[in-house]
Unconditional design. Structure first.
Length: 177
């Protein structure tokens, strides 16, 4: 696996395959797509006592009102955050841009969020479907995939524990120093 200049992973020997990774709170998820871009994000559900000021800037006023008025505002915030971050990862810009401007022209459809990103973020004006990732208890996640509007839910593999390749990655990183 190699990385684009932006840090996004790709398989140089298989340009038709797109891959994206995420890890948080001791869990990891991998998304793989053929001939489509994919992004995944995963977050442990946790209390966010300082979320009001610090996180408010990541959401529009309407999104913030929806989050704060929900029964579980911290979980609502993290779920929407993972949708936005998965899309940014799929586009290839990551968190180098504001989450506040991510969702545009969004429609809910059959459990997914269909949207187009701001053309400044995604000049190709692709359509995207963002699906919830039904991961582990205590986690929320999302997977964004470029779509034609009728994409089936993507398969995302989630693992909660030490990854078998973790030591191999550490050894590779150490050998480059």
């Amino acid at each position: 696996m190699t990385r684009e200049r932006s840090g996004r992973p790709f398989l140089s020997d298989h340009p038709e395959v797109d891959v994206n990774l995420t890890h948080a709170g001791g869990a990891a998820a991998v998304g793989i797509a053929t001939r489509r871009r994919i992004g995944v994000d995963l977050e442990p559900v946790r209390p966010l006592p300082r979320a009001d000021e610090r996180m408010r800037r990541a959401f529009s006023p309407a999104e913030w009102e929806m989050i704060r008025s929900g029964e579980r505002p911290d979980e609502e915030l993290l779920a929407l955050w993972t949708c936005k971050e998965a899309l940014l990862k799929a586009i290839g810009v990551g968190l180098r841009v504001s989450l506040r401007d991510v969702l545009a022209d969004a429609d809910r459809c059959d459990g997914r969020l269909d949207l187009r990103a701001d053309p400044q973020l995604d000049p190709t004006c692709r359509r995207w479907s963002v699906w919830p990732v039904l991961a582990l208890s205590g986690f929320v996640g999302a997977c964004a995939i470029s779509s034609d509007g009728d994409t089936a839910p993507p398969a995302v593999r989630v693992h909660d524990g030490p990854l078998p390749m973790h030591r191999a990655f550490e050894a590779t990183a150490a050998s480059r120093r």
